[in-house]
Design a protein around this ligand. Structure first.
Ligand SMILES: C[S@@+](CC[C@H](N)C(=O)[O-])C[C@H]1O[C@@H](n2cnc3c(N)ncnc32)[C@H](O)[C@@H]1O
Length: 276
């Protein structure tokens, strides 16, 4: 049977906490504009599915200052950290241990359902998307960051980083039953679910829009958390993976260097004529 949480160890690692912090600092300033498009009530109910340490949930609670936000995850350490970090928002922001595969939440509960940086890391994303659509009210929105590891570009150097990103994610995905290219595949899944008004936008994390140190911190966290599993699940050795990540980090830190990570942000609406 396919492991429903093949990245459990990496998700709970200290490097993930650092990475989520850097990712939110890099992505959120551009993501805000996309979230502000949604026509949701001021006192909206918002779900952050796979909330991790609450980087997105807390920002959602601040962006929508009367909304109620529920963050759910299966890593208790992340939930504890989120509750203590954002205690000042606790009247409107809560965190619960729940799995996105089987939410203990009634149908049609949320005006906006957010799922950031999760769908690439789990098998059966179609099952999770169906569950997210179930708990979203008719006319409500799904807001999804669907990563795609074919959308990272670096300058050439000693190691061929195009080969790294070509071979690594395909092998990692095959070994874990996950789709590390879901950014390009999710449109078809959502269209097949009969969701409406599907849009695909991009947050551009590059060395012009994002501080180099923030972008570098993301790659450092990935190196520290993933060099070992890459060596176990792909033909790339731990040393090779580390060297490739170090080359990317140097590219980002080079004041004349340019690198980019295109992050797909996908939105869809639950049809208003959806039967109960
Ligand atoms: C890369 S983190 C993203 C965290 C957060 N959404 C953010 O944007 O900072 C992915 C999260 O998904 C969670 N996750 C994985 N499988 C899950 C499941 N079945 N149910 C709930 N959360 C899950 C992991 O524990 C991890 O915290």
């Amino acid at each position: 049977m396919t492991d429903l949480n093949p990245q459990a160890k990496q998700m709970a690692d200290e490097s993930m906490v650092r990475g989520l912090d850097a990712q939110a600092r890099a992505i959120w300033p551009q993501e805000i504009v996309l979230l502000q498009r949604y026509r949701i009530p001021v006192n909206a109910r918002i779900l952050d599915a796979g909330c991790g340490t609450g980087e997105g949930s807390s920002r959602l609670a601040e962006l929508f200052p009367v909304a109620h936000v529920l963050g759910i995850d299966i890593v208790d350490e992340h939930l504890h950290l989120a509750r203590s970090r954002y205690a000042h928002l606790s009247e409107r922001l809560s965190f619960e241990h729940q799995s996105i595969f089987e939410l203990r939440i009634p149908d049609r509960s949320f005006d906006l359902t957010v799922c950031r940086h999760v769908l690439h890391s789990i098998p059966y994303p179609d099952r999770v998307l169906a569950e997210l659509a179930r708990v979203t009210r008719p006319g409500g929105y799904l807001h999804l960051i669907a990563e795609d590891y074919g959308m990272l570009h670096f300058q050439t150097g000693m190691h061929d980083l195009r080969e790294f990103w070509h071979i690594g994610p395909a092998a990692f995905g095959a070994a874990t039953g996950t789709d590390l290219f879901i950014g390009r595949n999710i449109y078809g899944i959502l269209a097949g679910m009969n969701l409406r008004e599907i849009t695909v936008d991009y947050v551009i994390v590059d060395t012009i829009r994002v501080p180099r140190e923030t972008f570098a911190a993301i790659l450092e966290a990935w190196r520290d958390g993933y060099a070992q599993p890459i060596s176990e699940l792909t033909p790339i050795s731990r040393d090779e993976a580390t060297a490739c990540f170090n080359q990317m980090i140097a590219n980002i830190r080079d004041p004349r260097g340019y690198a980019v990570w295109m992050v797909p942000v996908v939105c869809a609406r639950v049809p208003t004529d959806r039967s109960a």
